[in-house]
Ligand binder design. Structure first.
Ligand code: FE2
Length: 201
């Protein structure tokens, strides 16, 4: 059931200053990624949706319903980048994962370290532009999912918990040919409370 009619899609304000994730993500990369790339996906969606059969739908509904193509691609990237930028915290405010999330990760992967390694390995194996997600199914089972382009496992009924953006715009400026350093660094700015709150009850 549609509970909200969307007149226009908006760029969320970052929940931290643009330099807050340094040195893992530089202010320049964050400013470009949020203010240019993410903003472009929002603007594209606002141009594509009026007059289409998806008018008034939430981004999450468009990701579920749209056929492959520009509307799906841009809605996917709006959903992905909302989740992405929301899930970080300045290094100085980092807190360890909570018990509920930690238990679920340990149960599925064996340990937090194994989980982190599997996520980074998956990210390193994304060919071209894409994403890696920690997702959970309706039975509460966690899995690591690789997606091409602007894909999100939400389209297939999974709930995304944590996303790694594997597009070059997320890391190339800071890390050039060492994208593994970027992926491994993300753990230092991960807001595990946000990730845990995405777990279905
Ligand atoms: Fe991105």
């Amino acid at each position: 059931m549609i509970t909200a009619k969307i007149a226009a899609y908006t760029l969320p304000v970052l929940p931290y200053p643009a330099d807050a994730l340094e040195p893992v993500i530089s202010e320049e990369t964050l400013t470009n990624h949020h203010g240019k790339h993410f903003a472009a996906y929002v603007n594209n969606l606002n141009k594509l949706i009026p007059g289409s059969e998806y008018e008034g739908l939430l981004v999450e509904e468009i990701v579920q319903q749209a056929a492959d193509g520009p509307i799906y691609n841009n809605a996917g990237q709006v959903m992905n980048h909302r989740l992405y930028f929301e899930q970080f915290v300045p290094v100085s405010q980092y807190k360890a994962p909570g018990r509920r999330l930690l238990n679920a990760i340990n149960y599925t992967f064996g340990s937090m370290e194994i989980f982190k390694k599997q996520m980074v390995d998956a990210a390193m194996n994304v060919f071209g532009s894409g994403w890696v997600w920690l997702a959970v199914d309706t039975e509460g089972r966690m899995q690591i999912v690789k997606e091409a382009g602007g894909g999100n496992p939400w389209r297939r009924g999974l709930t995304p918990l944590l996303g790694i953006d594997c597009w070059e715009h997320s890391w190339y400026l800071d890390y050039a040919f060492d994208k593994a350093a970027h992926y491994n660094g993300l753990w230092e700015v991960m807001n595990w409370e946000v990730v845990e709150n995405r777990l279905p009850l």
